[in-house]
Design a protein around this ligand. Sequence first.
Ligand SMILES: *Cc1c(COP(=O)(O)O)cnc(C)c1O
Length: 354
Amino acid sequence: MSKFLACSYGGLAAYVPGEQPRDRKYIKLNTNESPYPPSPKVIAAIAEKTADMNLYPDPEYRSFREKAAAYHGVGIENVSVGGGSDELLDWIFRAFFPDRGVIFPDVTYGFYKVWAALYGIKYREIPLRDDFTVDPADYTKTEKGGPCVVLADPNAPTGIAAGLDAIETIVAADPDRVVVIDEAYADFSSYTAAPLVKKYDNLIVVRTFSKSRSFAGGRVGYCLASPEIIKDIEFMRFSTNPFNLSRTACAAAEASFDDDDYFRARVADVVRVRDEFSAALCKLGFEVTESSSNFVFAKFPGKSGRDLAAALRERGILIRRFDSERIKDHLRITVGTAEQMSALVGALADILKG
Ligand SMILES: *Cc1c(COP(=O)(O)O)cnc(C)c1O
């Protein structure tokens, strides 16, 4: 850090994304991207809109918000847009958590802690159960002025979904606190909390195009909430980055909503390969959590996660692992194509034999 950086940032740790390698070609299963390209209609929409790039986009993003609203059966006044869901989460932390603080699981998306620390927000990590599931009771014993909640559902890096009843119980427990459900992986599960935003004005559902819509490189996210909360998020957007989605990103996102068949087919491919891969890992002797996402979370009893990850890397396969004590021997493996996963299963069998 330079001598010029504000003291308040001294000693803070930034988020560390999964590696985007440049040294050689890997089978890349470390950042939960889709193995499939965006729909041909999305690619065509980007090409078409490139000609208009001399003009700013519509700062209200009406056309995109209308499509997102129609997709989820809510109104345009229930939708705001982000340059990826990370941008929305950043605004949400700054807008809603400073007074009350926030709680989230001890094993979850690493960025929550980074934002809380960066903005001086009080936070508490709530241990997941031994099997990595969320106990809703940990989030329903509310007190006056008590902390807000952020939950990734399905959770990362565990892949486990809490269930819609649990989510509704947590949201309903205290109408005076904001509950944020980060649904980065919800398209790979069996439900979404999106319809609940019409029933609860303290709920924010955050969604992204990065995982299920093959658009991590395009940086598109959106959130759904009550009109009052959306106005606050729009206040943050217009106070920081009113043109946060490029014209091409926005056109691509709209084309993705329009090409629902392609989207559904790719999600179904990932779910099918995921379930086959999970079964293959179990057969090798791994302990595997029940994934409702596009990745699998697994450990081999008695083997170090660090050693397994290093051995895979030597064989040209990248997966993600974390140093925190509770999950240091787990591997988080993105679901790629069927071919990529059988290469991985082969490599693991080889490593375990040796
Ligand atoms: C990937 C991910 C995000 C961020 O996604 P972007 O839309 O690409 O910014 C947010 N939350 C969770 C839990 C994620 O896994």
